[in-house]
Design a protein around this ligand. Structure first.
Ligand code: FAD
Length: 414
């Protein structure tokens, strides 16, 4: 990847990538924009006390990012993006991870639904849905999983019946992240029950305010209610809200997101290093008894192992990225990244708890809680990461088949 003469950018730090003049100018512009806008937003987030306040700030931040042209850099310029190259997206996510840029309120819409609408939506759908998705006026959730359809998504049973120019939808979605705070849901519904599993499904845009939509938050071990059950009872949606062909939804969902995902995912993984560095810093600071965890040889070993693991995650992510940058389809490296990256994420939180000793299990309400209680919360939250977005077992199946040449998973064929 070393082929240009431009300057390097500090965010890359340990990465061995030289930049073209264009890339460097892009990175510089992003960094300068952050200098001007990020500190004020970080101050506001620190002083926000309620979840509602934080959610509003996430929408405000998205509006600011959109005004600066940073909310969806991979989108084409005609839709408010920057048509950023893979390399520029990488720079963007690395800097975002390094500078702890707050997440956007509408990232599910921006990362999943937006590119789908850009690839498959009608001009009318693009005009209507993309601008408010971009600036955070409309936050979206993803209604794919159902009680009997998760890993095997094509088994979904929520029905959509055509009635004139309307689709009448009845069924249930589950694990729908953020549904209780969303304005719209993009959902998969079965519109032809007689067609083979993957052929009778449509991709539909449903307003969360429609009559017959009921959202029930699910409380998790962490105390959060990050996801929900969504019940749909005879919900009437105009047929013009179907994206792509009726019954063609499976192909619509397969939109070429893989490239963007590879880059986005690498950026997220880079955040692991920041988390580990925080834990290491804590290990070097004497606790209230004057003991530094970093002096314990066993814990020192685990810190070293965690450092090596994060490095492995990075190298594998780069291997995946190298394919994307050279125009190849991302391969099973993506499964490896997810499987191993999320294992490492869990390990780091476990290590942080051990480094913090007995105080580390205190939550944010306790004055003595290290890292303002975030270690305990993070440990609980990362239990879910080996399930969402494709479980670890499914990633292992992919690796068994595509890397080790094992026979196909018989369940998948069924
Ligand atoms: C934090 C989080 C956020 C989520 N957000 C959303 C969202 O916004 N929208 C949405 O639609 N969904 C969302 N999901 C749901 C997620 O996509 C599903 O949980 C996931 O696909 C697994 O499906 P399932 O829960 O039905 O488990 P199942 O598919 O029923 O799996 C149960 C167990 O069986 C194993 N298993 C299943 N099939 C196989 C196989 N073929 N071989 C070996 N083992 C197998 C699984 O690995 C798992 O251990 C979210 C999940 C989480 C954890």
């Amino acid at each position: 990847m070393r082929n240009t003469t431009g300057p390097s950018v500090s965010a890359l730090g340990h990465l061995d990538i030289d930049l073209s003049e264009d890339d460097a100018a892009f990175a510089e512009e992003w960094s300068t924009w952050l200098d001007a806008h990020l500190p004020a937003m970080q101050d506001k987030l620190i002083s926000a006390t309620t979840e509602a306040e934080k959610r509003q700030l996430a929408r405000d931040w998205q509006a600011q990012m959109a005004a600066g042209g940073w909310a969806a850099i991979a989108w084409p310029t005609e839709f408010g993006g920057r048509a950023a190259t893979a390399r520029q997206q990488l720079l963007f996510y690395l800097t975002s991870a390094e500078r702890r840029v707050p997440p956007l309120a509408g990232r599910i819409g921006l990362n999943l639904c937006g590119p789908t609408l850009i690839a498959h939506g009608s001009p009318e759908q693009q005009q209507r849905f993309l601008p408010p998705m971009l600036d955070g006026r409309h936050v979206w959730c993803q209604g794919f999983s159902e009680p009997e359809a998760g890993s095997d998504l094509a088994s979904l049973r929520t029905r959509g019946i055509v009635d004139g120019d309307t689709l009448v939808i009845t069924g249930q979605k589950i694990w729908t992240s953020g549904a209780q705070h969303s304005d719209w849901m993009f959902a998969l519904v079965r519109t032809d029950p007689d067609a083979p599993k993957r052929h009778g499904i449509s991709f539909v845009l449903i307003p969360m305010t429609a009559a017959g939509v009921e959202v029930r938050p699910i409380r998790q071990i962490s105390g959060d209610a990050g996801f929900n059950e969504v019940f749909l009872e005879s919900v009437r949606v105009p047929l013009r809200n179907v994206v792509g062909e009726l019954n063609g939804g499976w192909n619509v969902t397969r939109t070429t997101l893989a490239n963007e995902r590879a880059i986005l995912f690498l950026g997220q993984q880079m955040a692991l290093r920041a988390t580990l560095n925080k834990a290491i810093k804590q290990a070097g600071t004497p606790d209230r008894h004057g003991i530094r965890a970093a002096e314990d040889p066993h814990l020192r070993d685990r810190i070293a192992q965690a450092w090596i693991d994060v490095e492995l995650v990075r190298l594998n992510g780069l291997r995946n990225l190298a394919k994307v940058l050279t125009g190849k389809e991302p391969g099973p490296e993506g499964s490896m990244s997810k499987l191993f990256g999320q294992h490492v994420e869990q390990q780091i939180h476990e290590l942080a708890l051990d480094l913090g000793g007995e105080f580390a299990i205190l939550d944010s309400g306790a004055a003595d809680a290290p890292n303002r209680g975030k270690w305990a919360l993070g440990w609980l939250r990362t239990r879910a990461s080996t399930i969402g977005g494709g479980t670890s077992e499914i990633q292992r199946n992919v690796l068994a088949e595509r890397v080790l040449g094992q026979p196909r998973d018989p369940w998948a064929d069924a």
